[in-house]
Ligand binder design. Structure first.
Ligand code: FE
Length: 206
């Protein structure tokens, strides 16, 4: 059910289906494959994303928590990129999916040599609206991401196999490859209310 009164319904459906998925599957490749199909459906429209999760910061890219599984099995985050904004080179230490909702994102993957140095892993890629990309320690986990549109906001929806804002992970010095630990946190204390289902119930009143 999706209408004006229940605009958030596609996100709620996604959260329900992801909860079912992480309850049935534990193999990373299955979570990535099946999660990608669910995420692809979610990003077909963007009218479900609450306004406060779309607002760029003048200086920093924003990470708005949309939902965290209470058992820490997955989280859903809205990444909002202002013009010119870019991550440091970083890793995730867990599987992750990136789905492009609005605008475009540019990415470059890296791998670490046994010496600790970083080298690029494949060509630079561009994610367009509707595209999905995945990362993980087994399929390649280090990258740098930036807004590919110079004068507009871009938004991507990310799903991770943990409460990503509280995961200890790393940024990397681009020259030496030296890792530095960080914990990203989230950009707001607010999360969307997925659970006001009164519109559905009222529609069934007679
Ligand atoms: Fe990333």
């Amino acid at each position: 059910m999706s209408n004006q009164l229940d605009a958030i319904a596609p996100l709620r459906e996604f959260v329900i289906e992801m909860t079912n998925l992480v309850s049935c599957e534990s193999a990373e490749q299955d979570l990535i494959a099946k999660g990608s199909i669910l995420l692809k459906t979610l990003i077909q429209s963007d009218s479900w994303l609450p306004e406060f999760c779309t607002i760029p910061h003048p200086e920093f890219y924003q990470q708005f928590l949309l939902h965290a599984d209470p058992l820490g099995r997955f989280s859903v985050v809205s990444f909002v990129w202002g013009p010119g904004q870019k991550t440091p080179i970083h890793d995730h230490c867990i599987w992750g999916l990136i789905g492009m909702l609005r605008g475009m994102e540019q990415g470059q993957r890296y791998k670490r040599l046994s010496t600790g140095e970083l080298v690029t892993d494949g060509p630079q890629t561009v994610l367009r609206q509707g595209d999905i990309e995945s990362v993980s320690p087994t399929i390649g986990d280090i990258h740098v991401v930036s807004n590919a549109i110079p004068d507009k906001t871009s938004i991507s929806i990310h799903v991770y196999g943990a409460n990503i804002g509280a995961v200890k992970r790393h940024t990397y010095d681009p020259v030496t490859g030296m890792p530095k630990s960080f914990v990203s946190g989230y950009s707001s204390q607010q999360v969307p209310n997925l659970w006001d289902r009164s519109a559905e119930m009222r529609a069934s009143l007679n």
